[in-house]
Design a protein around this ligand. Structure first.
Ligand code: SAM
Length: 238
């Protein structure tokens, strides 16, 4: 069976993704502990504008934002169910909160704001290579001079084919995600098989450099799940 589009699973079965993250099968706990530290280390976040592309229900970012609150948070997602939940998770943030039901590429290509932090987690791998290039170009156009792109996503090994990546990832899911009911696990596997197009790190870096970003730092890696910090300032790099 083939799933209809890359976001169908998030529109129709948001709760399945929530269950997977509840069991921490994609290392959300560790990843977001790193994101929390990163946001705490940024000066003047209270004056900053933060854009979250593919925000889902913002369940894991919301606690970080409550500790390090930006002046403006905008979350963008195509799943209305997820956005309804996001509204609840983000309740109590002191700054302005905007939640937008839109395609992330349309949102970032048409934004008239300058963003200090652009955050995107487990979403960009759904884009085609051309769309990923457009995404990085758009980031380059709307990121502030000392801006950050925090990118959390699955990444292929250098030289690894998509087929080999998928073999490994589907195996990782079927062997490790034992508490997800069988039918739902197979639904998740079909989604990954049909719609996951992760890039190797070198390809992400090339697209970032072509878009005017100067440095890339690996913040964490748990299996294929990477957290990368891209910034305009060369000083941020390692
Ligand atoms: C795997 S979830 C990640 C949610 C959250 N960022 C996290 O880290 O847990 C991917 C999210 O991206 C959204 N998404 C995928 N493609 C999108 C697109 N082109 N535009 C907007 N949202 C998209 C899905 O609806 C889903 O909520």
């Amino acid at each position: 069976m083939t799933s209809a589009d890359p976001t169908a699973i998030f529109k129709d079965s948001w709760s399945l993704y929530d269950l997977i993250t509840e069991y921490n099968y994609m290392s959300h706990q560790e990843i977001y502990a790193g994101v929390d530290q990163l946001l705490r280390s940024r000066n003047s976040l209270e004056n900053a504008c933060l854009l979250d592309l593919g925000c889902g229900n913002a369940r894991y970012l919301a606690p970080c934002l409550k500790r390090s609150s930006p002046a403006l948070y905008q979350g963008v997602d195509l799943s209305e169910d997820a956005l309804v939940e996001a509204r609840a998770y983000l309740t109590g943030l002191p700054g302005q909160v905007i939640l937008t039901h839109a395609n992330l590429l349309d949102a970032i290509e048409s934004t008239d704001k300058v963003w200090d932090v652009i955050f995107t987690s487990f979403t960009i791998h759904h884009l085609t290579l051309d769309a990923k290039k457009r995404f990085f170009q758009a980031v380059g156009n709307c990121l502030s001079q000392d801006g950050w792109l925090i990118l959390v996503d699955v990444v292929r090994d250098e030289g690894q084919s998509r087929e080999s990546y998928l073999d490994g990832y589907l195996n990782f899911m079927r062997e490790g995600w034992t508490r997800v009911p069988h039918d739902q696990l197979e639904e998740a596997c079909t989604h990954v098989h049909d719609w996951d197009y992760p890039e190797p790190l070198s390809s992400l870096q090339e697209m970032a450099i072509s878009s005017g970003l100067k440095s890339c730092r690996l913040i964490s890696r748990y299996a294929q799940h990477h957290t990368l910090l891209f910034s305009r300032s060369p000083a941020e790099g390692v």
